[in-house]
Design a protein around this ligand. Structure first.
Ligand SMILES: Nc1ncnc2c1ncn2[C@@H]1O[C@H](COP(=O)(O)OP(=O)(O)OP(=O)(O)O)[C@@H](O)[C@H]1O
Ligand SMILES: [Mg+2]
Length: 246
């Protein structure tokens, strides 16, 4: 089971958009995919028109497997709720506080991919995601503030691997990219110099189609199958599937 956590503690860099649409595109490659919304903001959950009773929060609290609501034949959603924010305080001082998500995933079904949408923080939830993950994907806008976040995420992964190597950095990927903007071109060059060989080929362009799809409670491939940004996500899914299965 390939478990990919999408991490950058800088807010609004496109984590949720990537989690949702990468999950949908991997599912379209005939992979069985569980999208885990591990952010109390529940933005990934709100991307879908699904009636929910159980969430990641209730599953972890009750020591159960994560819920999996079908979106289509291959794609399943494990939803979030605001209550998730209360979980860390329940486990303060417990030795196993950072392996709660890992344990809940182990109790559930097998998937080809689990995609974890993380909150903009490097605290309890994100540490749990790193401990559960086999791979980490680091989105960054080609802008200085989010590039600064990349180094801190890489340090966190290094720490997580200190005792035993369990999580691999799949790469840094550029989201919300406007190639006509000089600042974005400079930001991309900076990322490529600073993190040579670690920046993925696939970039996600900036376009209002992303917001429209979200408002219509849809993935990009369902909302705008012929859009250029949908093609960006198809390419991202192929690049990631190629790396993971290489
Ligand atoms: N490629 C894109 N083009 C245009 N807008 C985008 C793109 N990707 C994301 N956005 C918009 O930017 C905002 C932030 O995106 P998103 O919610 O995916 O980021 P996030 O990193 O998950 O945020 P948070 O840190 O709050 O969880 C949203 O309004 C989203 O619609
Ligand atoms: Mg988000």
């Amino acid at each position: 089971m390939n478990i990919i956590a999408i991490i950058n503690h800088k807010g609004g860099v496109g984590k949720t958009t990537i989690a949702v649409n990468l999950a949908a595109e991997l599912a379209a490659l005939n992979q069985k995919v569980l999208l885990v919304d591990f952010d109390a903001q529940a933005n990934a959950t709100m991307n879908f028109d699904v009636e929910i009773n159980e969430t990641v929060y209730s599953a972890i609290k009750n020591d159960q497997a994560l819920p999996a609501y079908p979106i289509n034949d291959n794609l399943f959603l494990s939803p979030a709720e605001l209550g998730l924010a209360a979980l860390p305080s329940m486990y303060v001082g417990k030795v196993n506080q950072y392996t709660k998500l890992k344990k809940a995933l182990k109790k559930g079904n097998d998937y080809d991919y689990v995609i974890i949408d993380c909150a903009p923080s490097l605290e309890w939830a994100t540490i749990n995601a790193v401990m559960a993950a086999t791979h980490v994907l680091i989105p960054s806008q080609a802008e200085v503030q989010s590039i600064q976040g990349v180094g801190q995420v890489l340090n966190m992964i290094e720490e997580a691997n200190e005792d035993s190597e369990h999580v691999e950095v799949l790469g840094i990927m550029v989201s919300n990219f406007d190639k006509t903007t000089k600042a974005h071109q400079m930001g991309l060059e900076h990322l490529q110099e600073e993190y040579s060989g670690q920046v993925l080929e696939s970039k996600i362009r900036s376009t209002t189609t992303v917001k429209q799809a979200y408002m219509m409670l849809n993935t990009l491939r369902d909302f705008a199958p012929a859009a250029a940004v949908t093609e960006d996500f198809k390419n991202l899914a192929k690049e990631i599937h190629g790396k993971v299965t290489a």
